[in-house]
Design a protein. Structure first.
Length: 342
């Protein structure tokens, strides 16, 4: 086709924490979902990583916005700016006089309401999408893990993202049972902030709490030999005196502080399993349950869930990009996957 450069195909994982864009099966963009906006002009001054560096460190003339909260668009204008900006970044790598015809597949949480779905679709269309397909995240995650979603057997996926944890049983290309709860990465981060205020009298920002989560995040106090992370030293102002203080945070403390949130995820997994038809349930017992998303990187999570549910849990390889790989897979087969929404 002479004009093939006019048809651009993008697979987008629009996450609360990170946005990943695939083109031709390759990651062309992987940036934090955040924009910095000039308060006086309303113009976007930075996107992604550059905006994240400004987050919580800006003056009154600039504000940083995370357009997605709990997996859905909370700020429509900022979301549109962000999607448009990211698509432009991807497009600017290939200079062309014409605006390309954009075909997109975008992952959305399975608990999205009609209004939320329309917000994603409108934002994408305003950003230049001509042909927009939407795909539920647990389905995208299953495709990205490499499960055969159209087979007549039960597969179960737990995708712990930044804003939502998506739990679904998939068979014959459909979601048989699903639950979407708003206990995920962002909640873990605020749990850590709250814990440090209560136990150590230290006030820390979102970014520091995120670093602690990555460095010493765990969900069981007893980790296997050799997997125990070094304690993390955190510095910040004392809540009472405002003097600088430092505290040493161990993975045992984080396991204790995340306990309630992980228990909510366990309850939701059990709830989905209770309502799963017995034939599919027996498939799941044999195949195990797959974990994806950034939250699945918490140390000891698969072990804790396996002990709780008595079904083996497996962490997907490169769990952060499972949904992105799935949307990419769906983009290749938009004509044959019946579960894609137009």
């Amino acid at each position: 086709m002479a004009f093939s450069f006019l048809n651009q195909e993008l697979a987008i994982d629009l996450g609360t924490a990170n946005t990943v864009i695939y083109q031709n099966g390759q990651i062309v963009l992987d940036e934090p979902s955040i924009v910095a906006i000039d308060n006086n002009t309303g113009k976007c001054i930075a996107l992604g990583q550059r905006a994240k560096l400004m987050h919580e460190k800006v003056n009154p003339g600039v504000r940083t916005i995370r357009p997605l909260r709990d997996g859905v668009i909370a700020d429509f204008n900022a979301a549109e700016m962000m999607i448009r900006g990211f698509i432009k970044q991807v497009g600017s790598k290939r200079h062309s006089l014409f605006t390309p015809n954009l075909k997109m597949v975008i992952g959305i949480p399975s608990g999205s309401t009609e209004v939320e779905i329309r917000a994603v679709r409108d934002s994408s269309e305003h950003a230049g999408g001509r042909d927009v397909f939407l795909l539920y995240e647990p389905m995208a995650s299953a495709l990205g893990i490499g499960l055969d979603v159209e087979a007549p057997q039960g597969n179960m996926v737990v995708d712990i993202g930044g804003g939502t944890t998506e739990i679904a049983v998939i068979s014959l290309g459909g979601l048989v049972q699903q639950d979407s709860i708003r206990t995920a990465g962002d909640v873990f981060t605020s749990d850590i902030q709250y814990y440090l205020r209560q136990q150590h009298n230290i006030r820390v920002g979102e970014i520091t709490a995120e670093k602690i989560k990555i460095a010493v995040g765990a969900v069981i106090p007893e980790l296997p030999e050799g997997e125990e992370p070094e304690p993390f030293i955190v510095r910040g102002p004392n809540l009472m005196t405002a003097h600088p203080v430092e505290a040493t945070i161990t993975h045992q403390e984080i396991a204790h502080c995340l306990d309630k949130s992980i228990a909510k995820i366990e309850a939701s997994i059990l709830h989905v399993l209770e309502n799963t038809p017995p034939e599919l349930y027996s498939d799941i017992v044999v195949n195990g349950i797959w974990l994806s998303g950034g939250g699945s990187l918490l140390r000891g999570l698969a072990k804790r869930l396996t002990d709780k549910v008595n079904i083996p849990f497996h962490v997907a390889e490169d769990p952060l990009h499972a949904v992105g790989r799935g949307t990419c897979e769906a983009l290749k087969h938009t004509d044959q996957y019946s579960f894609l929404m137009r």
